[in-house]
Ligand binder design. Structure first.
Ligand SMILES: [Ca+2]
Ligand SMILES: [Ca+2]
Length: 240
């Protein structure tokens, strides 16, 4: 009897080891059946349900691992989609800012005009005092308009709005009555003062002793020069 129990135990252990190693029930049973003639049909009948149960547990473990792998993949997919969504939002924001920048450049380009080989920026919207306008031109890599001769004067005023007034680079800030080009530091190359009398004065009149900056303004159906208070806020022209 003890010998029979010992055989049964060894057969059982052999089957368990086989299943634990990845064998199926049938392969385990095949191994076990090799000892059946030693174990006897009775003990094998006792062991077989246990083998089936162990095989069932093995299948359940395999199924659980498959589900866990699926859950891992689902979590990774969700993580990737979250990152992708954030990336798309970032791209959309970047694209929006790019469009805004392009629109701004387009708007600015509308104000650029080419006359011969010279490029001008005509600020029709913003109004600034003479010093701020000068700085704005420098920001654009330019300077306030420096008219060199009558031909350039006529070419540029043909592009201007006659309803507006524009700062140019001429001033007598350094010495009253000496009108210099801010671009060259030399006496202005071209002057075209408004010829119409104004309160008994002709331009430049340095009215109230505060008019030291020159602008083009509309009088007599043309745009001609006048000295004005540099603190006035006017449109302006940059030359590149
Ligand atoms: Ca003056
Ligand atoms: Ca004046």
């Amino acid at each position: 009897m003890l010998k029979t129990i010992s055989k049964m135990r060894s057969t059982f252990l052999l089957a368990v080891l086989a299943i634990a190693s990845g064998y199926t029930e049938s392969s385990a049973c095949q191994a076990a059946q090799e000892d059946e003639h030693n174990c006897g049909s009775y003990c094998f009948t006792v062991v077989k349900p246990i083998l089936r149960h162990i095989d069932k547990l093995h299948n359940q473990v395999s199924s659980f691992e498959e589900r866990r792998n699926t859950q891992d993949l689902t979590a990774k997919y969700s993580d990737v989609m979250t990152k992708l969504t954030a990336l798309e939002a970032g791209l959309a924001d970047h694209e929006q800012r790019l469009l805004a920048t392009e629109q701004k450049l387009t708007d600015q380009n509308k104000n650029f005009v080419n006359i011969g080989s010279v490029r001008y920026f005509i600020e029709e919207k913003l109004k600034m005092n003479w010093f701020a306008a000068r700085y704005r031109c420098q920001e654009l890599g330019a300077h306030l308009l420096s008219i060199q001769n009558e031909a350039e004067y006529k070419a540029i005023i043909a592009k201007l709005n006659r309803e507006r007034e524009y700062w140019i680079d001429i001033n007598d800030l350094a010495q009253e009555g000496l009108f210099l080009s801010d671009t060259t530091g030399r006496p202005a190359a071209y002057l075209n003062w408004d010829p119409i009398e104004w309160n008994g004065h002709f331009q430049p009149d340095n009215r109230d002793n505060v008019e030291h900056c020159v602008h083009l303004f509309h009088r007599n159906l043309s745009l001609q020069m006048n000295d004005a208070d540099c603190r006035f806020e006017l449109n302006f022209i940059c030359e590149i």
